[in-house]
Design a protein around this ligand. Sequence first.
Ligand code: ADP
Ligand code: ZN
Length: 265
Amino acid sequence: MNQADNIIVMGKSGAGKQPRVDVLIRRFGLKQLSTGDIFRTYLGLFNELGDESDLNSFYDSASDNFIPDEAIKNKLNISHWEDADAIVLGLKAKYYVNQGLFVPDHITNALFESAFQALGFRGAVLDGFPRTIDQARFLVEMIEREGIKIDAILLIENEDELIIARTVGRRICRTCGELYHVEHRPPPMPGNCEFESPKCKIIQRSDDTVRSLEARLQEFQTKTRPAIEYLQEQKIPFYSAPGNLPTYAPEAVQASVFEVMQISG
Ligand code: ADP
Ligand code: ZN
């Protein structure tokens, strides 16, 4: 493989996708298209409101659905705001993401399609999409309709036990996004990051708790495994790479990805 239009990277939550995505971005000049990042952007819009209500109060368990959007906007006092729809989307995303549950397919598919379309359906590492069979079918239909080229699927394999140990120690700088780990890569000063700007602050991602992570690993088994099987039946070259290496040096990660995908350096 010498050139690529688009590559899909799949794997359990916390399997080690990001360093592999970085390798592919650098090698092929691609952009990262991450559904997790998209949801976190909307979620941030909702968080800016500073609303402390219990999110369950926006959910109607009898109909197993959110209360109508207009009712949500009224409760939040944002009915006349220009970005009210985006804030409602943020509230809904937060409801699922914090519990470690997948966001429903109709929401995910629509947001993914508009982000991919904005790139002209070309030049992306699809990170975190598709994750369900419905999303995989949606993507395959889109590929046919738009004449999109997907050059490869890379699955990052990792054991649940290793993932749990790693993710729960994960810390992130909320300002610059730098990743740390309490054991493997502790921040230089507790609470502070290496690129210490006055605003740098190390936090734990709100969905990096054992409970949320276990839910995400469960979602992978029941929903993503079947999607992987479906994708393996398509004509897209499929590779898998280990998410755990004896050493975490960037060169080792790159060598591993290049080897399994037969990429020349
Ligand atoms: P991780 O680091 O756990 O792989 P991501 O940043 O990819 O997580 O995603 C964070 C959360 O966003 C997921 O736990 C899920 O709630 C939601 N999410 C991301 N991608 C999808 C998707 N394709 N379908 C449904 N929900 C998604
Ligand atoms: Zn920082």
